[in-house]
Ligand binder design. Sequence first.
Ligand SMILES: Nc1nc2c(ncn2[C@@H]2O[C@H](COP(=O)(O)OP(=O)(O)OP(=O)(O)O)[C@@H](O)[C@H]2O)c(=O)[nH]1
Ligand SMILES: [Mg+2]
Length: 335
Amino acid sequence: MPPSDPNEDAQHVMSSDKAAVSRALNLVEDRRLESQARVAALLAALKDAPKAADGHRVGLTGPPGVGKSTLTSVLARSVRRRGLTVGVVAVDPSSIRSGGSLLGDRARMSFDPTDAGLFVRSLATAGEVGGLAYAVNSAVRVLAAAYDMVVIETTGVGQSEVDVVDVADTVVLVIQPGSGDVLQFLKAGIMEIPDILVVNKADQEELARRAVADLQGAIQTAQAVGAAGGQDADWQTPIVATSATQGTGIDALIAALEQHRKHIQSSLAARRRQGEVRWVLDLFSRKHGEHGVSTLGGPDRLEALAKRELDGGQTPLALCEQLSRGYVAALGKTP
Ligand SMILES: Nc1nc2c(ncn2[C@@H]2O[C@H](COP(=O)(O)OP(=O)(O)OP(=O)(O)O)[C@@H](O)[C@H]2O)c(=O)[nH]1
Ligand SMILES: [Mg+2]
């Protein structure tokens, strides 16, 4: 197959051509050097996609088995009924360990394959440090250029390889009733307060009611002590009870999402830029460690540099490669 023209590919992606989006995501997953250059060119061509600016990137995260995938499918269906298009990417870090083959099972979603306004994809990538983070960031950019809403499903609370905060406008933490961990984390200020908290499996009514009340208390405490930096002081994290299997609470979830999207509207560009800066720095330090960071002048200098380059129009992906090259060159100069 002859290499395609990235600008042409970008046009197809921006017109929500499913086959083109799918090809773009294949490319994103492919970490061979020659593909990386094509990804960079494609992302550069997608940088000013009109949909990307207006869209909503929703991160759905939470412990294994709480119902994220089930919830994603009912959410997507409801959003579609409202006339908006949806792109979903399900991330499974464990697929790295298992060689990437399990992934299809992970996203237990039911979707209408004939719906042109709905795209669902699981993401896996083997090997290399930060490979999945690369892939997710790029995949979100591709989907954001093509669809009104992008949903990113990631498993995990706390230290996961993919920090969904870096790529999502709105972070939704999904938990199930009767699970104490999240409550403890919130109380102890270990966890960042999500933008929206969902108690799924609320068909277990009594347990769900208690979970909502407990969480309400924990969030109030956490917000009162100003826990988990970087949060909006003037946003009250709503707690939404849903049953993904019974389809209840979905309208309330959509209302909360819309409200949060509206709330961040005026700071959206700055928030996304901050996320990009964090993503670049995280990835760089994961790849090159403290030595890499100090060689390039320390965290503050690196952050300022990243912000300047991104403000200047550099894509995060290209910036990462540029910083890596800078580090390698600096190493070469060290006697
Ligand atoms: N009772 C009840 N069960 C649910 C609900 N939502 C999901 N489940 C069930 O919970 C199980 C896990 O659902 P998934 O949607 O795969 O959960 P997940 O969070 O995506 O799981 P991982 O991706 O493996 O972390 C399945 O058996 C679902 O049918 C719900 O609202 N109520
Ligand atoms: Mg899942």
